[in-house]
Ligand binder design. Sequence first.
Ligand SMILES: NC(=O)c1ccc[n+]([C@@H]2O[C@H](COP(=O)([O-])OP(=O)(O)OC[C@H]3O[C@@H](n4cnc5c(N)ncnc54)[C@H](O)[C@@H]3O)[C@@H](O)[C@H]2O)c1
Length: 319
Amino acid sequence: MSDAPHAIVTGGAGFVGSHLVDSLLEDGFEVTSLDNFGSGRSANLEHIDTPRFESLEHDVREPFPDLGRVDYVFHFASRASPKDFESHAVEIALTNSEGTHNALEFARKNDARTVLASTSEVYGDPEVHPQHEEYNGNVNVRGPRAPYDESKRFSEALARAFQQQYDIDIRTVRIFNTYGPRMRPDDGRVIPNFLSQALRDDDLTIYGDGTQTRSFCYVSDLVSGIRSFADADPSVAAGEVINLGSTHEIEIRELAEVITEVLDTRSGTVHRESPEDDPQLRRPDLERAQSLLGWEPMVGLEDGIERTAEYFAEELESE
Ligand SMILES: NC(=O)c1ccc[n+]([C@@H]2O[C@H](COP(=O)([O-])OP(=O)(O)OC[C@H]3O[C@@H](n4cnc5c(N)ncnc54)[C@H](O)[C@@H]3O)[C@@H](O)[C@H]2O)c1
């Protein structure tokens, strides 16, 4: 192994993980991806052509293999699509509990700086808006989203316990809705749904009346935030939790309009019943990320949608 820093990315074959892998490789890291290819795809890593990268098939619910010297652990493995919250409920709950335990033990053994991927879902259906990091959330422990939401909350609590008991450097990112190339067209999240439908001139399916809001962050912005958080000095960042996302909040029915305009499609909209516990409002308070990292998202929604649509058009063509 060279002198370059060695980073482990769990979930490296997934949407966010594969972009993170690219960014680390661009900056000269050695990178090992651990992924069980449940929702990730080897195609997301096919373009990589450097001996500094290795992709291993590994389920994080199993103890991690010995990977030599390790400097960073980015723990991003977990299905994240609401479509999977019920069909893969136990797998998700265990990935974010046993899987996180294995990742943290591995980080402890290697004395590696760790970034844990958490989610805005820890705020549930929030009663505080926008959501800042001190808000404790409003999660239905018995609802259909609970296997994901509650196991991510447990992941955070376990990280905090490791930080306290073993004094290792763990940083937690609460990621708000992020989109971009390499999302799966059938992923079930709203932007892949709308884009797949718009590209086929099908009507866009809106759940509920469409007045529920989300704030969408383009993936390159998210990755730059994750990287600067990982690089930040331990005196300000060790043990911290920050929100990362976009503050540009729009209603889902407005998003449908943006997508039909950008794609110039003949699609209309159809409404279906809203799923149980669907959060009504979502917008991060980014003050902490801004003051700690000087970070803010740069890519506008129309621009990001155009770039993502190009990728989806190619994906749908090759089907
Ligand atoms: N994309 C978003 O908007 C968003 C929002 C909040 C949080 N997150 C978090 O970011 C991370 C990545 O999400 P994503 O959107 O890229 O989803 P994704 O499904 O594209 O990626 C998840 C990756 O983890 C892998 N994985 C799942 N369970 C595993 C296991 N038990 N062992 C090994 N690998 C496993 C999958 O195969 C996949 O490659 C997740 O932790 C997710 O909770 C994402």
